[in-house]
Design a protein around this ligand. Structure first.
Ligand SMILES: Cc1cc2nc3c(=O)[nH]c(=O)nc-3n(C[C@H](O)[C@H](O)[C@H](O)COP(=O)(O)OP(=O)(O)OC[C@H]3O[C@@H](n4cnc5c(N)ncnc54)[C@H](O)[C@@H]3O)c2cc1C
Length: 373
């Protein structure tokens, strides 16, 4: 006998848990997570920064719409802070200045940014080399705490009567008489009329299991290293600092520094591991753009950022497949956009008011990939 709910969510990352918590306001929701813990894949491996230099205009609108949630989380989210203030610095050499000007114009539509000259750049981030003469700063960025965010969503889900099943990998999915039935690899069955596909890098695989046309999602590996800061560095005052192009970012991390070469290596869905080349590239780029010598790499990890073909996330019902709902393609911005994404998912599933102005449902629906909305 299958356990029944109103809504099944596949995936216990930030996408699945935040949507489940929101949907549980008005429905019985069960989340199925294949791993033994939540956030084991992308959601637990991110750089955890909320900033506006990520994505295109639509992604920035989703970030802006999510921002207030992190500043003052709703009732029931507990009193654990979901992040801490950290300035964001985007810096450039003379030859990169045009790109910085363009980004400045774009960011100014969403957030108050400050233009910095060489002195301002140095004051905010003393370890940058002198040729990084131009900068824009958002003094009000947030370094998110993904553990706090995942746990708060889980608490919210449970307090609303929803449940999470871990070690419950969807192995087969069938649709009969208006009901989706998911069989896990342990042989348990769960059924509901609505199935939310929030399986991150595996979302196309889950669609295939359900007999739904995949969207062409592409997981891309990104690598992070941590290493010691020079003695005497005031880590508390350092910003999240990134090149204007996709070359390098770094920031303070638990008494050290972390850095990423902003790699995007196309990969099959997997438990991503760092490769020597990108680890070395990260250290090389730190030494190229800053005065820091990376003498010893303390730790390293990699995670997948999964993109749709237009690099915008997908949220909406699949056409011609009653009750199959896409919530995927959050790329490198899935933590910072999770409040808006889950609110939009809830509005589409339960028929509530559309929550994000400047973004229309069809901008994000699967219809734009050839599946009619
Ligand atoms: C290095 C790096 C840096 C990043 N930096 C940032 C940042 O600064 N800011 C930001 O907002 N975002 C950032 N991101 C992106 C962010 O982490 C992702 O967008 C987000 O975590 C995606 O969440 P998700 O829930 O879709 O995926 P996941 O967290 O991967 O969750 C999907 C879950 O589905 C489960 N699953 C898959 N198949 C099945 C199945 N068949 N049955 C049951 N369960 C299944 C998986 O086990 C997994 O737990 C970064 C990511 C990386 C890797």
């Amino acid at each position: 006998m299958a356990a029944t709910s109103d809504i099944l969510v596949i995936g216990g990352g930030i996408a699945g848990l935040s949507a489940a918590a929101e949907l549980a306001k008005s429905a019985r929701v069960t989340v199925l997570e294949g791993e033994e813990q939540v956030g084991f894949h992308s959601s637990g491996r991110s750089a955890t920064m909320l900033h506006y230099a990520l994505g295109d205009r639509l992604v920035r609108a989703l970030t802006l719409a999510s921002r207030g949630f992190f500043d003052s989380p709703p009732e029931g989210f507990g009193d654990v802070p979901l992040g801490r203030r950290m300035a964001v610095l985007v810096y450039a050499r003379d030859d990169e200045r045009a790109a910085l000007d363009a980004l400045d114009a774009e960011l100014s539509l969403f957030v108050e940014v400050e233009r910095l000259d060489a002195r301002g750049v140095r004051e905010l981030c003393p370890m940058l080399k002198d040729d990084n003469r131009h900068g824009i700063a958002d003094r009000d960025g947030i370094r998110l705490d993904p553990h706090a965010l995942l746990q708060a969503n889980l608490r919210q889900l449970r307090s609303r009567g929803g449940e999470l099943r871990t070690g419950a990998r969807a192995a087969a999915i069938a649709f009969r008489s208006g009901t989706w039935t998911v069989t896990t690899d342990a042989g348990d069955e769960h059924s509901a009329p609505i199935l939310v596909n929030a399986a991150g890098a595996w979302a196309d695989d889950v669609a295939r299991l359900a007999g739904i046309q995949p969207l062409g999602l592409q997981p891309k590996r990104r690598t992070i290293i941590t290493f010691d800061a020079p003695p005497g560095t005031d880590l508390d005052r350092l910003p999240f600092a990134k090149t204007v192009g996709d070359e390098l970012y770094f920031a303070p991390e638990s008494g050290r520094l972390f850095a990423s070469p902003m790699d995007e290596v196309p990969t099959d869905p997997c438990d991503a591991q760092p490769e020597e080349f990108e680890v070395a590239l990260a250290a090389h780029r730190v030494e190229e753009r800053t005065t820091v010598a990376v003498e010893r790499i303390h730790s390293r990890w990699a995670g997948l950022r999964t993109f749709t073909p237009d690099r915008r996330p997908v949220v909406g019902f699949a056409a011609g497949a009653e009750g199959f709902f896409w919530l995927a393609g959050q790329g490198g911005f899935g933590l910072q956009t999770s409040p808006a994404m889950s609110a939009m998912a809830a509005a589409l599933v339960t028929g509530g008011d559309w929550p994000v102005k400047d973004v229309a449902p069809e901008d994000l629906g699967p219809g734009r990939f050839g599946q009619p909305a």
